[in-house]
Design a protein around this ligand. Structure first.
Ligand code: NAD
Length: 314
């Protein structure tokens, strides 16, 4: 691809999240928002009009008209929608979880290979500026504590909370710990739906690191926090506030060690914008995206392992 040429992009599925992809793509330099696809025609028309672009009747009609597509339809249709595009050489950013099953995830990875197309997965928290700033300070986390709690939503109730919410943290942790999972202990409770609404998971990694994660969609308040404990420091990220706190152990020549640190300044920015900038740059320069299909598959595989080992309390 000519590195100077404008990327022609489209969004398929402009519901709760996809409309933000459309908004951001319509303002990114070097990108032309070339069309919107949604099976709800009114919604497609409204979002296309808001960003001065066209409604395209179906995903297949994008082939030959665009270089890159964001697929933000419900997860059940990701493979069916994204597969043919990738195979035809259209690069795709597919929302998380990347597919319904590992077999479908493999199909997408294979389709991208066959079409020489870029496949990125929308694990947005990787682009959270506070997570990016924390990464340099994480040398040897021994213990990780995560709380991702929210109020009851009107979407994604057809999947366990592990696939909807916890998968964000599973992906972040896998990208930081750099070791295989050795053991999983998990418990889940279906409270308001027949699916797991609140879950607690303890992961033990081969390098000894322990991660304890709680995800809930039935809480009163919204919390999005991940905390890392290392031999010489404590690193705390508030995903929602994009805040980073770092406390270090200081050892004087004699006497007890002290602790110093506090909030670290973070340049706040919309994670979704950073994710789309990375995707567009990956398509333009043909470098791998920050979250390639293989990473989306890795997070999905762990989410599947967690749910298959989960004790369900009714
Ligand atoms: P939503 O139901 O609000 O929107 C989905 C849209 O897709 C709707 O407008 C629907 O009409 C359209 N649609 C459905 N099937 C289609 C098809 N086959 N072709 C064209 N259009 C179709 O859903 P949502 O909450 O926006 O979630 C969409 C995806 O984004 C899910 O995979 C979800 O897990 C993911 N998501 C990711 C994040 C994140 O933080 N990265 C946040 C929320 C949702």
């Amino acid at each position: 691809m000519n590195e100077q040429a404008s990327i022609r992009a489209a969004v398929i599925g402009v519901g709760h999240l996809g409309r933000h992809h459309a908004r951001i793509l319509s303002t990114l330099p070097g990108v032309t928002l070339a069309g919107i696809v949604d099976q709800n025609p009114e919604r497609a028309k409204d979002i296309a009009a808001a960003h001065a672009t066209s409604v395209i009747p179906d995903a297949g009609s994008l082939i030959g008209r665009v270089d890159a597509v964001v697929v933000a339809t419900p997860t059940a249709s990701h493979a069916q929608v994204a597969g043919p595009l990738l195979r035809a050489g259209v690069s795709v950013l597919v929302e998380k979880p990347m597919a319904r099953s590992l077999a479908e995830a493999d199909e997408l990875i294979e389709a991208a290979r066959a079409g020489h197309a870029t496949l990125a997965v929308g694990h947005t928290e990787r682009f959270n500026p506070a997570v990016a700033a924390a990464r340099d300070r994480l040398t040897a986390p021994r213990f990780i504590e995560v709380h991702r709690l929210g109020t009851f939503p009107d979407r994604s109730l057809d999947i366990d909370v592990v696939f909807d919410l916890m998968i964000h943290d599973l992906d972040v942790i896998l990208s930081i710990v750099g070791s295989a999972v050795a053991a999983i202990d998990a418990v889940g409770v279906p409270v308001l739906t027949p699916k797991i609404d609140i879950a607690n998971v303890r992961l033990r990694f081969e390098n000894g690191c322990i991660a304890n994660l709680t995800a809930s969609r039935i809480s009163r308040d919204r919390t999005r926090k991940i905390r890392f404990f290392q031999p010489d420091s404590y690193v705390s990220v508030d995903y929602a506030a994009q805040e980073l706190e770092v406390w270090r152990l200081v050892r004087p020549p004699a006497g007890l060690p002290g602790i110093e640190g506090g909030l670290v300044p973070v340049q706040q920015e919309e994670p979704l914008k950073r994710e789309l900038e990375d995707f567009v740059e990956a398509v333009r320069t043909q470098r791998p995206p920050v979250v390639p299909g293989e990473d989306g598959r890795r997070a999905l595989a762990l989410a599947e392992d967690v749910t298959s080992r989960m004790t369900t309390v009714r």
